[in-house]
Design a binder for this molecule. Sequence first.
Ligand code: FE2
Length: 409
Amino acid sequence: MVYALSAIIAVLLGVCGYLLSRLYKIRLSDGPSSKGKDYELKKTWSKFDELLASLMVIHNLGAIGSGKTKQNEFFQIALDNACDLVGAIRGSVMVYDETNKELKIVASRGISREIIENTHIKKGEGIAGRAFEKGEIIFVTDPSQNPQYKGFMGYHEQTEPFISLPLKVQEKVYGVLNIHMPKGNNSFTDYDLKFLNILGGETAVTLENIKLYESVENFYLEMVQTLARIIDAKDSYTGDHAARARSRAVKLAKELNMPQQMVKYVEYAALLHDIGKIGIDARILLKPGKLTDEEYGEIKKHPMIGYQILAPIEFLAPVAQMVLYHQEWYNGAGYPDGLKGEEIPVGSRIVAIIDAWDAMTSDRPYRKAMSRERAREELVKGAGKQFDPKVVEVFLSLEEKEFSDSAKN
Ligand SMILES: [Fe+2]
């Protein structure tokens, strides 16, 4: 429903943009007019252009980029667009935090870190708190004369007028957009107010889209995590395998300077890499002795089964790839496709090491856990064969640190 609405808004914005640009050209060549009037007209139309461009940016972020765009990035982009539109050098976006019942600054321009961190505004408090509570725009021309302004955001050096605009979809208010007057101006124009209002409305709708997307994303993730717990229960000797693997994988991915989003994917891959075991007969999974070739063939199906479970979930697509290749060997001797070296996704190379470490250092019904030293030796032996040597090196130095830290405590 929201996506259908988004598509309609996108089409309308496009059509509007085209019509306005046509009108703009026609009006400027339209008969004699005084120079001043012409200038005003030109300025207004060019503002329309800017507004449309801003709306398109914000709208596209929500409609196309949702899932890729995180809320905080989105707020910063919306704020920058609003400030640029009216030429303001100071502004902020505040969002209502339901847990602490207060408005917090989530994006800012021209505001010190100290103020950002110390701003906690209750509903109805100060100008922003009132704009939020009432869901109405509040415009303050002279902050020094306004008793509500005192203490607003905890800083008094601000004397320029400002506007506090609720980010609202129908009756639901998510937060406020505060824009301070551009330098040298003593009031916002009517157009500024109208433009900001439109921009605020679109920002709120887009935010709602992103929130919706994130809630669906979380729902899927919870479902898949539940599945991961089921695997843990089935493949009983792995115990809390998934949780340990997950936290080590995050550390390793960060140490390898992977981008934040990739670290997340690696985290999920570590958590879910053996999800395909859900499709393998428990008697084979739990068999204490040596496996027959046929049984081993069954076990080898688990990366592909895992891939098939995860691939239909769009936001887990990179994770599905990592899961598919987590049993590949660096020298090409692994399965399912015999990929080699860099052909194997780096997330899979990370998971392979984490998984092996966990297996070696856990007790099994048919053998005791290896000592830490033995397991380290095994990884070194496997570097360049089963494992990516670079990742092994980073893993071992992280493990060393973890070990010496735990020895200290
Ligand atoms: Fe596996």
